[in-house]
Design a protein around this ligand. Structure first.
Ligand SMILES: NC(=O)c1ccc[n+]([C@@H]2O[C@H](COP(=O)([O-])OP(=O)(O)OC[C@H]3O[C@@H](n4cnc5c(N)ncnc54)[C@H](OP(=O)(O)O)[C@@H]3O)[C@@H](O)[C@H]2O)c1
Length: 281
């Protein structure tokens, strides 16, 4: 039975991925943060789902979870590690609290490295274990390549994750471990509800209040056209199982407008288009 670790399995893409892998006969170690989430996930997905309890900011808790998985695997390897857990806090960089920046970098970027270091022996670095080397799938974002105004901390963490992923792909190849990046556009998950926090009203009165309000409206509209998380679960299952996965996969609705053109246009032209969409302050 193939085994995978999926971080952030309580909801959204992680939850859909854990469910699909279980359905396809995998044993899944899904990370959650609370006992209630662990119980709910176990009941929903059955005995093939083993909940792990850790926060991506908590190195010792991640190390304990890796020990738990090592014992459960007995002498075999993990076939997959899906680094999915993440969060987003948007706001004007001029006034956004540094804590928002730190949380995004600590979870989305540094947290991924913490998890990879802890599970690396199980993926292939421990040569005494049996089975083919595992694959790492990092869930980045369109924001890993394109930075919209008011997404500075999120985009920086995801740009960083892209760089970390390149380093992983190039360094961990000595163990035969492949690293694959998935770059979603808008996905219909609870992350959208978590973005709009009541405390963000603190940005409403300053110079950036009106354009940030327009950004939120445009962002919410993009959420309406989002893809379901099951599309990403299917893609993750595919890259874990096909013979030659590519290093990167971008998946979204409106690919030409949200991915192809913004990456082709000169910076100044994209600046003008975005300024036109968000308007003067
Ligand atoms: N939804 C989109 O439009 C979209 C677009 C591009 C990229 N992504 C990326 O896709 C990934 C999954 O997001 P999603 O949309 O499925 O969102 P989601 O439903 O909010 O799921 C995020 C998961 O990450 C977990 N998480 C958050 N902070 C954590 C921490 N400090 N330690 C451990 N786990 C933590 C959450 O746990 P709790 O339930 O405990 O909070 C949850 O399980 C993220 O990396 C996100 O950046 C999403």
């Amino acid at each position: 039975m193939r085994a995978a670790v999926v971080t952030g399995a309580s909801s959204g893409i992680g939850r859909a991925t854990a469910a699909l892998l279980v359905e396809r006969g995998w044993r899944v170690f899904g990370s959650v943060r609370t006992e209630a989430q662990a119980e709910e996930l176990s009941v929903a997905l059955g005995p093939a789902l083993v909940p792990l309890r850790f926060d991506l900011r908590d190195g010792p808790a991640i190390a304990r979870a890796a020990k738990q998985v090592a014992a459960a695997l007995e002498g075999s390897r993990l076939a997959g590690l899906v680094n999915n857990a993440g969060l987003a806090h948007f706001g004007p960089l001029a006034v956004q609290p540094i804590a928002d920046w730190q949380a995004q970098v600590d979870v989305n970027l540094t947290g991924t490295l913490r998890v990879v270091q802890a599970f690396l022996p199980l993926l292939g670095a421990d040569r005494a274990r049996s089975g083919p080397p595992g694959r790492i799938v990092n869930i980045s974002s369109v924001s890993g390549r394109i930075t919209l105004p008011f997404t500075s901390g999120y985009a920086a963490s995801k740009h960083g994750l892209e760089a970390l992923s390149d380093a992983m792909r190039r360094e961990l190849a000595i163990y035969g471990i492949r690293t694959i990046v998935i770059q979603p556009g808008a996905v219909r998950t609870p992350i959208w509800d978590k973005v709009d926090r009541p405390e963000d009203e603190r940005f409403a009165d300053g110079d950036f209040g009106p354009p940030f309000a327009r950004f939120k409206i445009a962002f919410a509209a993009a959420g309406e056209a989002a893809l379901p998380p099951e599309r990403f679960a299917a893609l993750i299952h595919r890259v874990l199982t096909i013979r030659h996965p590519r290093p990167r996969y971008a998946l979204m609705r409106g690919r030409l407008a949200h991915w192809t053109l913004p990456r082709l246009l000169p910076d100044r032209m994209l600046d003008r288009i975005l300024a036109g969409q968000l308007g003067p302050s």
